[in-house]
Ligand binder design. Structure first.
Ligand code: 3HC
Length: 648
């Protein structure tokens, strides 16, 4: 039985059991309505508890039913039935109460949650808005400001925050179901407190309107966040029924639209990325302690991510000064989460208590996994891996964070190279979600499975890539830049390319990104490659000319832009360099429109994606889209170049 009714004296427990995440499928919806009817017509019942078996309370509407004709009772009707129940209904929440699951809970008359429960309305991440009353009921319980953040951001809050804002009534001490039954008994005989009948608490309308404008701006073309926020705002202006009707209409419209189709594809793509052909039945090895060599910017970011995930960590630097600087860097990254209110003082202390910083590689002896994050140089890394091979156990996993070196060559320095793998983090590593997991020629299935499991525990998205220069991501990005540079020669200016790509939905255009990262690193790489470059291959000199003019990016006060008091400004000197490059090749410059820029970059990305698939570097087209979305800011609501091309 997907939904059962269990009696405990006057308390009826309606239990949903629909693994894996208790999604509100048709059977669940119908089951809730039937159980409610039964409980409400049984004179022996005085109160009802709505709870779930398994790992979580309802984690949302059943995504697999989207796109099919809705079958009654639809979720809004189930919520209406809960709210109208004659007997009080208490929602007992554990795990992740998300989307339609939270909407069910909001329609109940009281809410209790396990201490470690989390709740949220992530519909915007699927290009949707809450479609079963979330935008109308949440402001009534949690207040307008919290509701707007939750419906538009799609993030989760924990039980403590939920009590503080009024979303739930209490946190269960001990067993949730027992606590829920105790709570429910106190409500027998009292009239149900219907959320929809509560007024929206007063709020600062001017501040809320300003916030909604900011949400629209930040969404960069995605419709759902602003729609969700405005609907929540409507809860304070119109009666419940009217608000619910507007919400439903918006939900249905968005569900049929292209943005939701793209984001639902991304949701499925993320789960597919973890399903790796050849790894069926291969269990990841247990990793109980982690080591990192190198605590520069990248190493410190990885260290913060490892500590956040709860592992004990040993970090090794080459001398005392570097160790001290590295330790401070890690400390500062973790403390920043505290000062921005994301974690408590205790959480900072717990993380730092698991950190040991050493100048002696022998401190890594017992680690199950060691990640190197030292200077990207073949000789340095080769020597390091030879050394690590002597220090760690023969089955400890060794990982390189190299961006551009050939991991197959590095593997030659590793004893037992089947335990060698690439973990290519993106900077800042404690924030960026993407990790390319590089399968070398020698990586064993067990090592690959373990690497993917580690990345998942870090809270990140792992995408498997084969070996090639730049792996999936930097290969794609190089193709992106190549096409953009060609358009500069043809007639576009850097700020026009950036504006076109920002209008497309990227947070920053390629030249603004380059200015931020610094132009010197890729300049050095180009100089190293100059001797072996194919002279027949077209070469755009603009970046070199900027570097030669000392325009090394934001840190130098000038790059593709000039920076005045930190503000990015278009610089006529850049136009002069670009125009000179066109003149040198006798190219007659012409205006390049934004839509042409967008189209050509999309085509370049798709062509490179096809090449990566052809070479076997990428395992599936959707992995390519995930890399661009999570590592390079491609707008998720467009799905990715492979999705746009219908190649999924
Ligand atoms: N419907 C159907 N299947 C779902 C689902 C859902 N809402 N949520 C998760 N699943 C499936 C996954 O596809 C996966 O299936 P698979 O094993 O075949 O790949 C399985 O459940 C387990 O999911 P995860 O691998 O993601 O497991 P995790 O433990 O890592 O995460 C989770 C669990 C936090 C619940 C995560 O799955 C999640 O975020 N799910 C989506 C939640 C969501 O978006 N809810 C809102 C839906 S829209 C909605 O409710 C509309 C309403 O307003 C009307």
């Amino acid at each position: 039985m997907v939904v059962s009714l269990n009696r405990d004296g006057p308390v009826a427990v309606v239990l949903i059991d629909n693994p894996p995440v208790n999604a509100a499928s048709h059977a669940v919806r119908a089951g809730i309505v039937a159980a409610l009817n039964e409980a409400n017509t049984d004179p022996a019942i005085g109160v009802i508890v709505l709870a779930c078996a398994g790992r979580t309370f309802v984690a949302g509407a059943d995504i697999k039913e989207f796109g099919k004709p809705p079958v009654a009772p639809i979720l809004p009707d189930v919520c209406a039935a809960l709210e109208a129940s004659i007997r009080p209904v208490v929602a007992a929440m554990h795990g992740t109460t998300l989307g339609g699951g939270l909407e069910l809970a909001l329609a109940c008359h009281a809410r209790i949650a396990a201490r470690d429960a989390q709740m949220g309305l992530p519909e915007v991440k699927l290009g949707l808005i809450p479609g079963a009353g979330g935008t109308q009921r949440l402001p009534r319980l949690a207040g307008m400001e919290t509701a707007i953040e939750m419906v538009s951001g799609g993030g989760r809050i924990d039980a403590q925050a939920a009590v503080a804002c009024g979303l739930i009534d209490r946190i269960a001490e001990g067993d949730l179901l027992e606590a829920a039954r105790d709570f429910a008994r106190t409500l027998i005989g009292s009239p149900p407190r219907r959320t929809g009948e509560q007024p929206v608490p007063t709020f600062d309308a001017v501040a809320v309107d300003a916030r909604i404008a900011a949400i629209d701006k930040k969404a960069r073309g995605q419709i759902a966040p602003g729609r969700a926020a405005r609907l929540a705002r409507r809860a304070a202006e119109v009666p419940l029924a009217e608000g619910l009707a507007e919400e439903r209409a918006a939900f249905v419209e968005l569900l049929a639209g292209p943005q939701s189709a793209a984001l639902r594809y991304v949701f499925a793509a993320e789960r597919d990325a973890a399903r790796i052909v050849g790894l069926e039945g291969v269990a990841p090895r247990e990793v109980t302690s982690v080591g990192i060599v190198g605590a520069g910017l990248m190493g410190a970011g990885i260290a913060a991510a490892v500590l956040n995930a709860g592992w004990p960590l040993t970090v090794v630097e080459h001398d005392a000064a570097a160790a001290e600087a590295g330790g401070t860097r890690i400390h500062d990254l973790i403390d920043k989460a505290r000062t921005s209110g994301r974690i408590s003082d205790d959480a900072v202390a717990a993380r730092l208590s698991r950190l040991a910083v050493s100048t002696d590689r022998a401190a890594l002896t017992d680690c199950d996994l060691v990640i190197e994050a030292v200077f990207d140089d073949q000789d340095v890394k080769t020597a390091l891996f030879a050394d690590l091979s002597r220090i760690v156990r023969p089955d400890a996993i060794l990982a390189t964070n190299t961006s551009y070196l050939d991991p197959d060559r590095l593997a030659e320095a590793v004893a037992h190279p089947e335990r060698f793998v690439g973990l290519h983090f993106f900077s800042p590593a404690h924030i960026m979600r993407l990790v390319e997991v590089v399968e070398t020629a020698t990586t064993s299935p067990g090592t690959l499975a373990t690497a993917m499991a580690v990345v998942k525990r870090l809270g990140k998205l792992g995408v498997v890539t084969g070996v090639c220069e730049g792996f999936i991501g930097n290969r794609l990005y190089t193709a992106y830049r190549r096409e953009a540079d060609v358009m500069l020669e043809e007639g576009a200016l850097p700020h026009e390319v950036d504006a076109a790509m920002e209008a497309f939905g990227f947070p920053m255009g390629p030249y603004a990104v380059n200015d931020m990262a610094g132009l010197d690193i890729s300049w050095a790489r180009r100089k190293r490659a100059a001797a072996t470059r194919d002279p027949a291959e077209p070469y755009v000199v603009i970046a070199d000319r900027l570097c030669q003019a000392g325009r090394l990016g934001r840190k130098a006060g000038a790059g593709y832009y000039r920076y005045v008091e930190g503000r990015r400004e278009v610089d006529p000197a850049v136009a002069a360099i670009v125009e000179a490059a066109s003149a040198e090749k006798e190219i007659t410059r012409r205006p390049v429109a934004a839509d042409e820029i967008q189209r050509r970059i999309l085509t370049a990305l798709r062509t490179e994606g096809e090449a990566l698939l052809g070479e076997g570097v990428a395992r599936r087209a959707s992995d390519i889209d995930l890399v661009l979305i999570n590592g390079y800011g491609f707008p998720a609501w467009r799905g990715g170049p492979m999705f746009v091309a219908g190649r999924t």
